[in-house]
Design a protein around this ligand. Structure first.
Ligand code: 5RP
Length: 225
Protein backbone atom coordinates (compact mmCIF):
# COMPACT_ATOMS: atom_id res chain seq x y z
CA UNK A 1 0.00 0.00 0.00
CA UNK A 2 1.26 3.50 -0.73
CA UNK A 3 0.75 6.36 1.76
CA UNK A 4 -2.42 7.65 0.08
CA UNK A 5 -3.95 4.19 0.22
CA UNK A 6 -3.01 3.82 3.90
CA UNK A 7 -4.89 7.06 4.70
CA UNK A 8 -7.86 5.91 2.61
CA UNK A 9 -7.99 2.53 4.37
CA UNK A 10 -8.11 4.24 7.78
CA UNK A 11 -11.03 6.41 6.62
CA UNK A 12 -12.93 3.39 5.31
CA UNK A 13 -12.93 2.02 8.88
CA UNK A 14 -14.89 5.11 10.03
CA UNK A 15 -17.85 4.25 7.79
CA UNK A 16 -20.89 2.72 9.49
CA UNK A 17 -23.78 0.67 8.11
CA UNK A 18 -26.47 2.80 6.41
CA UNK A 19 -24.24 5.88 6.08
CA UNK A 20 -24.67 8.48 3.34
CA UNK A 21 -21.12 9.23 2.17
CA UNK A 22 -19.68 12.14 0.21
CA UNK A 23 -17.06 10.79 -2.17
CA UNK A 24 -14.19 13.16 -2.91
CA UNK A 25 -12.16 13.40 -6.10
CA UNK A 26 -8.52 12.67 -6.94
CA UNK A 27 -6.10 9.78 -6.54
CA UNK A 28 -6.43 9.50 -2.74
CA UNK A 29 -10.24 9.65 -2.92
CA UNK A 30 -10.08 6.99 -5.65
CA UNK A 31 -8.29 4.65 -3.21
CA UNK A 32 -11.06 5.35 -0.69
CA UNK A 33 -13.81 4.60 -3.23
CA UNK A 34 -12.22 1.30 -4.27
CA UNK A 35 -11.60 0.13 -0.68
CA UNK A 36 -15.09 1.25 0.37
CA UNK A 37 -16.59 -0.70 -2.53
CA UNK A 38 -14.84 -3.86 -1.28
CA UNK A 39 -15.91 -3.35 2.32
CA UNK A 40 -19.51 -2.48 1.36
CA UNK A 41 -19.74 -5.67 -0.68
CA UNK A 42 -18.18 -7.93 1.99
CA UNK A 43 -20.21 -6.50 4.87
CA UNK A 44 -23.43 -5.46 3.05
CA UNK A 45 -23.17 -1.96 4.47
CA UNK A 46 -26.25 -0.52 2.69
CA UNK A 47 -24.56 2.77 1.90
CA UNK A 48 -25.58 5.62 -0.34
CA UNK A 49 -22.86 7.73 -1.93
CA UNK A 50 -22.81 11.28 -3.31
CA UNK A 51 -19.84 11.71 -5.68
CA UNK A 52 -18.17 15.10 -6.17
CA UNK A 53 -17.23 14.58 -9.82
CA UNK A 54 -18.12 12.60 -12.90
CA UNK A 55 -14.86 10.64 -12.47
CA UNK A 56 -15.70 9.62 -8.89
CA UNK A 57 -19.25 8.75 -9.91
CA UNK A 58 -17.99 6.43 -12.66
CA UNK A 59 -15.53 4.77 -10.29
CA UNK A 60 -18.16 4.36 -7.55
CA UNK A 61 -20.52 2.66 -10.00
CA UNK A 62 -17.67 0.46 -11.28
CA UNK A 63 -16.97 -0.85 -7.75
CA UNK A 64 -20.66 -1.39 -7.02
CA UNK A 65 -21.35 1.53 -4.66
CA UNK A 66 -24.93 2.89 -4.81
CA UNK A 67 -24.85 6.47 -6.07
CA UNK A 68 -27.47 9.04 -5.04
CA UNK A 69 -28.13 12.59 -6.19
CA UNK A 70 -27.73 15.39 -3.68
CA UNK A 71 -31.39 16.33 -4.07
CA UNK A 72 -32.49 12.80 -3.19
CA UNK A 73 -30.73 12.48 0.16
CA UNK A 74 -31.58 14.24 3.42
CA UNK A 75 -28.13 14.23 5.00
CA UNK A 76 -24.48 13.39 4.43
CA UNK A 77 -23.04 11.49 7.39
CA UNK A 78 -19.41 11.66 6.33
CA UNK A 79 -17.45 13.17 3.44
CA UNK A 80 -13.99 11.79 2.68
CA UNK A 81 -11.84 13.81 0.33
CA UNK A 82 -8.22 14.52 -0.57
CA UNK A 83 -6.45 17.88 -0.49
CA UNK A 84 -3.59 19.65 -2.24
CA UNK A 85 -2.34 21.56 0.82
CA UNK A 86 -3.20 21.27 4.52
CA UNK A 87 -1.95 23.92 6.96
CA UNK A 88 -1.42 23.59 10.71
CA UNK A 89 -4.97 24.92 11.40
CA UNK A 90 -6.43 22.33 8.96
CA UNK A 91 -7.26 24.95 6.34
CA UNK A 92 -7.02 23.44 2.89
CA UNK A 93 -6.29 24.20 -0.71
CA UNK A 94 -8.22 21.87 -3.00
CA UNK A 95 -9.10 21.67 -6.65
CA UNK A 96 -6.05 20.67 -8.62
CA UNK A 97 -8.34 17.94 -9.98
CA UNK A 98 -10.78 20.72 -10.87
CA UNK A 99 -13.64 19.38 -8.72
CA UNK A 100 -13.53 22.08 -6.02
CA UNK A 101 -17.11 23.33 -6.40
CA UNK A 102 -18.91 20.01 -5.92
CA UNK A 103 -16.31 19.05 -3.32
CA UNK A 104 -17.04 22.17 -1.27
CA UNK A 105 -20.81 21.69 -1.53
CA UNK A 106 -20.56 18.11 -0.28
CA UNK A 107 -17.65 18.51 2.19
CA UNK A 108 -19.20 21.55 3.89
CA UNK A 109 -22.64 19.90 4.08
CA UNK A 110 -21.36 16.69 5.70
CA UNK A 111 -21.80 16.04 9.42
CA UNK A 112 -18.17 14.87 9.44
CA UNK A 113 -15.55 15.92 6.89
CA UNK A 114 -12.44 13.73 6.84
CA UNK A 115 -9.40 14.69 4.77
CA UNK A 116 -7.09 11.92 3.55
CA UNK A 117 -3.60 12.61 2.20
CA UNK A 118 0.06 11.74 2.26
CA UNK A 119 2.54 13.84 4.24
CA UNK A 120 3.62 15.84 1.16
CA UNK A 121 0.40 17.86 1.49
CA UNK A 122 1.19 19.21 4.97
CA UNK A 123 2.51 22.77 5.35
CA UNK A 124 2.74 25.44 8.07
CA UNK A 125 0.85 28.08 6.04
CA UNK A 126 -0.99 27.90 2.74
CA UNK A 127 1.28 29.26 0.03
CA UNK A 128 0.48 27.19 -3.05
CA UNK A 129 -1.66 28.18 -6.03
CA UNK A 130 -5.38 28.66 -5.37
CA UNK A 131 -7.86 27.49 -8.01
CA UNK A 132 -10.94 29.64 -8.56
CA UNK A 133 -13.91 28.32 -10.57
CA UNK A 134 -15.35 31.04 -12.78
CA UNK A 135 -18.33 31.35 -15.14
CA UNK A 136 -16.83 31.64 -18.69
CA UNK A 137 -18.81 34.84 -19.47
CA UNK A 138 -17.22 36.64 -16.51
CA UNK A 139 -13.60 35.51 -16.82
CA UNK A 140 -12.07 38.81 -18.01
CA UNK A 141 -13.82 40.87 -15.33
CA UNK A 142 -13.10 38.32 -12.61
CA UNK A 143 -9.38 38.51 -13.51
CA UNK A 144 -9.47 42.30 -13.05
CA UNK A 145 -11.26 41.93 -9.69
CA UNK A 146 -8.88 39.21 -8.50
CA UNK A 147 -5.95 41.49 -9.33
CA UNK A 148 -7.24 43.85 -6.61
CA UNK A 149 -6.77 41.07 -4.04
CA UNK A 150 -3.02 41.42 -4.59
CA UNK A 151 -2.61 38.25 -6.63
CA UNK A 152 1.01 37.70 -7.64
CA UNK A 153 0.09 35.66 -10.72
CA UNK A 154 -2.94 34.11 -12.37
CA UNK A 155 -3.53 31.79 -15.25
CA UNK A 156 -6.62 30.27 -16.82
CA UNK A 157 -6.06 26.50 -16.48
CA UNK A 158 -5.28 24.70 -19.73
CA UNK A 159 -6.63 21.27 -20.64
CA UNK A 160 -4.11 18.48 -21.33
CA UNK A 161 -5.59 18.08 -24.80
CA UNK A 162 -5.26 21.81 -25.53
CA UNK A 163 -7.70 24.70 -25.03
CA UNK A 164 -9.07 25.60 -21.63
CA UNK A 165 -9.78 23.06 -18.88
CA UNK A 166 -13.54 22.87 -18.30
CA UNK A 167 -15.04 21.72 -15.00
CA UNK A 168 -17.88 19.20 -14.68
CA UNK A 169 -20.11 22.29 -14.29
CA UNK A 170 -19.02 23.84 -17.61
CA UNK A 171 -16.90 26.54 -15.96
CA UNK A 172 -13.26 27.66 -16.21
CA UNK A 173 -10.57 27.59 -13.53
CA UNK A 174 -8.23 30.48 -12.83
CA UNK A 175 -5.17 29.30 -10.85
CA UNK A 176 -4.07 32.15 -8.60
CA UNK A 177 -0.86 32.75 -6.75
CA UNK A 178 -0.92 34.89 -3.59
CA UNK A 179 2.33 33.84 -1.91
CA UNK A 180 1.79 32.98 1.77
CA UNK A 181 -1.89 33.37 2.66
CA UNK A 182 -2.02 35.02 6.09
CA UNK A 183 -5.79 34.82 6.57
CA UNK A 184 -7.30 31.96 4.52
CA UNK A 185 -10.88 32.49 5.80
CA UNK A 186 -10.81 36.16 4.79
CA UNK A 187 -9.39 35.36 1.35
CA UNK A 188 -12.00 32.62 0.83
CA UNK A 189 -14.74 35.15 1.63
CA UNK A 190 -13.26 37.95 -0.50
CA UNK A 191 -12.81 35.75 -3.58
CA UNK A 192 -16.38 34.50 -3.28
CA UNK A 193 -17.70 38.08 -3.20
CA UNK A 194 -16.56 38.68 -6.79
CA UNK A 195 -19.46 38.40 -9.26
CA UNK A 196 -18.77 35.58 -11.71
CA UNK A 197 -16.76 33.54 -9.21
CA UNK A 198 -18.53 30.28 -8.50
CA UNK A 199 -16.17 28.98 -5.79
CA UNK A 200 -12.58 29.02 -4.62
CA UNK A 201 -10.33 26.12 -3.63
CA UNK A 202 -9.67 27.57 -0.17
CA UNK A 203 -11.51 25.40 2.37
CA UNK A 204 -11.54 26.83 5.91
CA UNK A 205 -14.61 25.17 7.41
CA UNK A 206 -15.94 21.87 8.67
CA UNK A 207 -12.78 19.70 8.65
CA UNK A 208 -13.07 17.23 11.55
CA UNK A 209 -9.73 15.57 11.11
CA UNK A 210 -6.96 14.86 8.64
CA UNK A 211 -5.66 11.33 8.17
CA UNK A 212 -2.08 11.20 6.92
CA UNK A 213 -0.84 7.92 5.49
CA UNK A 214 2.76 7.09 6.39
CA UNK A 215 4.94 4.01 5.96
CA UNK A 216 4.39 3.39 9.70
CA UNK A 217 0.59 3.62 9.45
CA UNK A 218 -2.14 6.26 9.53
CA UNK A 219 -1.73 9.36 11.68
CA UNK A 220 -4.85 11.32 12.68
CA UNK A 221 -4.54 15.09 13.10
CA UNK A 222 -7.45 16.76 14.90
CA UNK A 223 -8.36 20.42 14.75
CA UNK A 224 -6.77 22.52 17.52
CA UNK A 225 -9.29 24.76 19.38
C1 5RP B 1 -9.63 17.54 -6.68
C2 5RP B 1 -9.02 17.72 -5.34
C3 5RP B 1 -8.19 16.59 -4.81
O1 5RP B 1 -8.72 16.19 -3.60
C4 5RP B 1 -6.79 17.06 -4.63
O2 5RP B 1 -6.35 17.55 -5.88
C5 5RP B 1 -5.86 15.94 -4.14
O3 5RP B 1 -5.65 15.02 -5.17
P1 5RP B 1 -4.78 13.72 -4.97
O4 5RP B 1 -5.49 12.89 -3.95
O5 5RP B 1 -4.76 13.08 -6.34
O6 5RP B 1 -3.41 14.13 -4.50
O7 5RP B 1 -9.16 18.69 -4.67
O8 5RP B 1 -10.33 18.68 -7.08
Amino acid sequence: MDEKEIAAAAAVKMVQRGFVIGLGTGSTAAHFIKLLGERAKNERLLLRCVPTSVASELLAKQVGLPVARLEDIGRIDIAVDGADRIDSQLNLIKGYGGALLREKVVDYAAKQFIVIADASKLCDSLDAKVPVEVVPFAVAQVKRDLQRLKAKAMEVRAAHAGGHFMTDNGNLIIDMSFGTIKNPAELERKINEIPGVVESGIFTKNVDCVIIGTKKGAKVIKKKD
